[in-house]
Write a protein of this length. Structure first.
Length: 180
């Protein structure tokens, strides 16, 4: 039984960055608080806590969600992807590579939200136009850049991903086999 005035605890089962997770949390906590405080995933940032800046964006079942406005209870049984989950097998996601290569991350505070939002776009549209990239990232505020490098990095990541996909689909020739 809970004490008078105490909030009940909630047992939350979800998948975070591909791993099944079960955590006991206060029922009033947001997904942002659970990710940062209970699951020790600090990549997702506290920004405005009003849903206006996008720094707290994560993917829930593949769609961008503002975790500061989402109660953790709404995430039960769902798949959550944070910026920490973009790395696969120790390799950076093409978005992360391009952000680094093109200087698209200045102070870096907004970068996690932009990266996961851009990933959702590229998952839906592998070759978006520059206008679609701008539209998809419209809810992500950055105070350090003029967005030019960010938009270019997303475009370059789309092209890099396409090149990797094409290379993976090409038949691999075996040494000593084929035209001489």
């Amino acid at each position: 039984m809970t004490e008078p005035g105490a909030f009940p605890k909630l047992r939350l089962s979800l998948t975070v960055n591909g791993e099944p997770v079960e955590v006991l949390v206060d029922s009033y906590k947001t997904l942002l608080e659970v990710l940062r405080e209970d699951l020790q995933l600090p990549g997702t940032k506290h920004g405005c806590e009003l849903g206006e800046c996008g720094a707290c964006a994560v993917l829930v079942d593949g769609e961008p969600v503002l975790s500061c406005l989402t109660l953790a209870a709404e995430s039960g049984g769902r798949r959550v992807l944070t910026v920490e989950g973009l790395v696969e097998n120790g390799q950076l996601h093409p978005l992360q590579e391009e952000f680094a290569d093109r200087g698209a991350a200045q102070c870096g505070y907004c970068t996690p939200g932009i990266l996961v939002t851009a990933k959702a776009l590229l998952d839906r549209e592998p070759a978006p136009s520059m206008d679609r990239i701008r539209e998809a990232l419209a809810g992500n505020l950055c105070r350090c850049t003029g967005y030019h490098q960010i938009i270019e990095a997303v475009d370059a990541a789309a092209k890099r991903s396409a090149e990797r996909s094409e290379a993976a689909e090409r038949p691999q020739s075996k040494p000593g086999v084929g035209p001489q």
